[in-house]
Design a protein. Structure first.
Ligand code: HEM
Lengths: 140, 133
């Protein structure tokens, strides 16, 4: 969105605001999208787990879908969404309660991005080991 | 272009003040901190540790829920995640649904469905029977 105001120009990230433009705005957008996605998944997940009250076969059948390559990939996306939401949640809490939080909010964005990558890289590997093996499988 | 802004703390909406939104705001932060341990622990155990999702089946669930520790873990996670997520969804509905009617009915749908899922999950944890096979 470009705002033209005669007389002075607006910086891409105005000073003194947390949510207008830049990292502050995009982390807010992502926090919202990941929160909603995880909430809807949670509904589905409680419903599929409820099948343990129906029969072991019904439960094992639904859980088998989680083991297929496509759903496995979706699960990786879900874990990525939860991790972002959790780490950024800590950032929000620090902005609210730590006296220096607002001043360091931008640096904290890059810290959580780095932690996210550090956790996701081995995470993706361990979550997909079986799928990769099944698809391109060496038999060893 | 001039816009008029109402003086703060005036107008009918502020006549009966309540601290509900303050407690909601605080609850998001407190539940968030607890959920870090419950949810990330859950994801690690279920998706990564020891073969991840490939080893999950009815027997695996039966083994876990034979211990009160995991029953309490899952019960707390269920309630906190749905109340936290439900309250977050309430904020989002308030932000985007502009017509009073739409906002009211969307929130009713949210409350009823969230209560149903919390109730169902709680029932499943309390009445789980490993011998139904
Ligand atoms: C894992 C730990 C979690 C942490 C640390 C966390 C933290 C937070 C925080 C601090 C907020 C901001 C509230 C505000 O701005 O007033 C929030 C919002 C939200 N959270 Fe979480 N949360 C976590 C897990 C979850 C889970 C499991 C769900 C889904 C069931 C969820 C759904 C939401 C939603 C829908 C919002 C509202 C977003 C918005 O208003 O833009 N969160 N979370």
């Amino acid at each position: 969105m470009s705002v033209k105001t005669p007389g002075f120009s607006l910086r891409a990230t105005p000073i003194g605001t947390l949510y207008r433009g830049g990292e502050g705005m995009w982390t807010w957008v992502l926090h919202r999208i990941t929160g909603v996605s995880v909430f809807f998944f949670l509904f589905v997940h409680v419903l599929d787990t409820a099948l343990v009250r129906v029969s072991p076969a019904a439960y094992d059948e639904i859980i088998a879908t989680y083991k297929t390559p496509i759903v496995n990939l979706l699960e990786v996306g879900l874990v990525g969404a939860v991790l972002f939401h959790a780490f950024n949640g800590v950032r929000i809490i620090l902005i609210d309660f730590w006296s220096k939080g607002p001043r360091y909010q931008r640096q904290m964005t890059w810290v959580i991005a780095a932690i996210w990558l550090l956790v996701m890289i081995p995470g993706i590997y361990f979550m997909m080991i079986h799928t990769i093996d099944a698809l391109f499988g060496s038999t060893s | 272009m001039s816009t008029s802004v109402f003086a703060p703390r005036s107008g009918s909406r502020n006549k009966q003040r309540s601290n509900f939104e303050l407690y909601g705001w605080l609850f998001m932060r407190v539940s968030g901190i607890i959920l870090i341990f419950l949810v990330l622990g859950h994801l690690f155990i279920m998706n990564i540790l020891d073969g991840g999702v490939q080893r999950i089946n009815f027997a695996f669930v039966a083994g876990r829920w034979s211990s009160p520790f995991w029953q309490i873990w899952d019960l707390s996670m269920l309630w906190l995640a749905l109340l936290h997520g439900g309250n977050g969804m309430r904020t989002i509905i308030n932000d985007y649904a502009e017509r009073d009617q739409t906002r009211f009915w969307l929130k009713m749908l949210l409350y009823v469905s969230t209560a149903f899922i919390i109730g169902l999950g709680t029932l499943v944890i309390f009445t789980f029977d490993a011998s139904i096979g």
